[in-house]
Ligand binder design. Structure first.
Ligand SMILES: *Cc1c(COP(=O)(O)O)cnc(C)c1O
Length: 226
């Protein structure tokens, strides 16, 4: 587990360097994506000061979150959102990065416990139009954003995207940043851009990412669950 500590130190250095290189002074949050990793790996990263963790599969995440209850961990749901899992997501997570339909937003809003603060929500945008990929189409985003703004138990924070596997990820990151800028100019308050993973987070930071989601570069290869 000392490897996790070393990897985290290296990732923090690289994030800081990429931020400076982009002449930015605003903070970039590292979300350690722990899908496919046991609770002990999350604990090792937590011992090393990591606080934000991401999970993709509700069934895998719930026992892990329970095993680590009591630690000051901020859990981010970064997986595909399914209607039959929204209640568990609304109850167990602080952030959702993958909202792409108003109906799912309405379920999360209804199911967020009354005692919990509003759920932080990012709209996932499918910029490339790949059919198998989740995410709202670009032209659907303003309407969806306004719908989420009207939901009291959700707090709209920003946008998220997953670029196509091939090609220049930086181009897609710049497009998402431009979309965010247009929405803000239209009066929609957004402070978060979730983009960048192990292989491309430096390009994402150069394009304005405020939240990078990093799995294998922190934890190493994933088990079968991931
Ligand atoms: C798995 C996953 C990550 C982390 O990917 P790595 O390449 O391991 O850094 C980030 N974001 C999402 C949405 C993921 O599913």
């Amino acid at each position: 587990m000392t490897e996790i500590t070393d990897h985290l130190r290296e990732i923090r250095d690289r994030v800081a360097h990429a931020t400076r290189s982009a002449n930015r002074t605003d903070p970039v949050t590292i979300v350690a994506v722990s899908k496919g990793q046991p609770p002990a790996a999350v604990d090792a990263a937590w011992q090393a000061g990591q606080r934000d963790f991401g999970e993709s599969y509700v069934q895998e995440a719930l026992p892990k979150i329970a095993a680590l209850a009591g630690r000051d961990i901020v859990w981010h749901f970064v997986g595909r959102l399914q209607a039959n899992k929204t209640r568990a997501v609304a109850e167990a997570f602080a952030w959702v990065h993958t909202l792409d339909r108003e109906k799912l937003g309405a379920r999360l809003n209804d199911q967020r416990p009354h005692y919990a603060p509003p759920l932080n929500v990012l709209i996932q945008v499918n910029l490339s139009g790949e059919e198998q990929k989740a995410g709202a189409a670009q032209e659907e985003v303003p309407g969806l954003a306004r719908a989420v703004l009207a939901m009291p138990k959700l707090r709209l924070r920003g946008l998220m995207t997953l670029p196509p596997k091939d090609g220049d990820a930086g181009e897609w990151f710049r497009r998402l940043a431009a979309l965010q800028a247009r929405l803000r100019a239209d009066g929609i308050p957004l402070d978060t851009l979730s983009m960048g993973m192990s292989a491309d987070f430096e390009a994402a930071i150069a394009a304005g990412s405020t939240c990078v989601r990093i799995g294998t570069a922190i934890f190493g290869a994933r088990g079968t669950a991931g």
